[in-house]
Design a protein around this ligand. Structure first.
Ligand SMILES: [Fe+2]
Ligand SMILES: [Fe+2]
Length: 305
């Protein structure tokens, strides 16, 4: 694929924007995956294999965890993986809506807008891939609760500019941290590792595109506007973090969801996992100024900082 733009023609933010998009479009054309072709959905599960790095599970290290049989622990790993895949499906559909609005406000001839369209296409395939991975294990998608659905609908219709891209990239970055561990851990089911690997490759481009653009958009922003965007990103991230484990996962091994949630919330291992999962996004958002001010409290209360 040849793209006709002279990367040296201009300088400044719009030239940078086009140059990055141009490079990412070429990379996408060279290396993208199709879940229908690149994964073998007829592959068997490995008997007793984990579906998630066990040390990253919400109850790991607690007496409640120790009280589960090995079989129940593996089942819980599968159900927490289903929860994350379900959250992935739900929030990637929100991303599709946000990106569609983003493209609607731009010139389709811009490479930057064309990359947003490429990302939209990637996310469509990711949603299918996550749905197939849930089905592959013989499970059904965990549906988020009514509060998450309402807040996410509001976000999908209203977020703009740096908070739109900032919310997307933060969710992507958190997911990416887990994916990168899963894909290299030999205790984890090969199917989960392959799904994670595909997601990591394609999300690396999304993250780069969004991070560079957010930095450009935030530069020189007024204080009140910055505080508003900070608050939107903080709220969106809290919603994502609260949906990583669905109560259905606990129910699948005979635990009472509200009791297990309380144990997870007070579990120092899981507290560390949550902070670790957000650590790269937090460092980036701090650097560009999208964390700070009164809304930082939301990050702290959600255990992400
Ligand atoms: Fe994705
Ligand atoms: Fe993405």
């Amino acid at each position: 694929m040849t793209l006709s733009i002279d990367p040296e023609a201009t300088t400044g933010p719009s030239a940078d924007r086009e140059r990055t998009a141009n490079r990412l479009l070429t990379a996408s054309a060279r290396r993208s995956y199709d879940p229908e072709l690149d994964l073998d959905w007829t592959a068997e599960e490995i008997d007793g294999g984990w579906h998630w790095v066990p040390e990253r599970l919400s109850l790991y290290g607690t007496p409640m965890w120790d009280g589960l049989t090995q079989e129940q622990k593996v089942t819980l790993s599968q159900q927490e993986a289903v929860s994350v895949a379900s959250a992935g499906i739900f929030f990637e559909v929100v991303t599709l809506q946000l990106l569609a609005r983003y493209v609607a406000g731009r010139q389709a001839t811009e490479r930057h807008a064309q990359y947003a369209l490429t990302e939209l296409a990637d996310e469509c395939r990711h949603i299918t891939m996550f749905a197939r991975s849930v089905e592959w294990g013989g499970n059904t998608v965990h549906r988020p609760g009514p509060l998450t659905r309402t807040l996410s609908r509001g976000l999908a219709h209203t977020a703009w500019g740096p908070s739109m891209l900032g919310a997307i990239l933060t969710a992507e970055d958190i997911m990416d941290m887990f994916n990168r561990e899963n894909m290299v851990d030999e205790r984890v089911q090969p199917m989960v590792r392959q799904v994670s690997r595909i997601h990591v490759v394609e999300e690396a481009r999304h993250l780069q595109w969004a991070k560079e653009e957010v930095a450009r958009q935030v530069a020189g922003m007024s204080r009140p506007a910055l505080e508003l965007h900070r608050a939107i990103v903080a709220n969106a991230t809290v919603i994502v973090a609260r949906n990583l484990v669905n109560g259905a996962a606990y129910r699948s091994v005979g635990l009472t969801p509200w009791k297990a949630r309380r144990v997870a919330r007070h579990n120092p291992h899981y507290q560390a996992t949550l902070r670790w999962s957000a650590s790269r996004a937090v460092a980036y958002l701090r650097e560009v100024g999208l964390i700070g001010g009164p809304s930082e409290l939301l990050w702290k209360r959600a255990g992400l900082i």
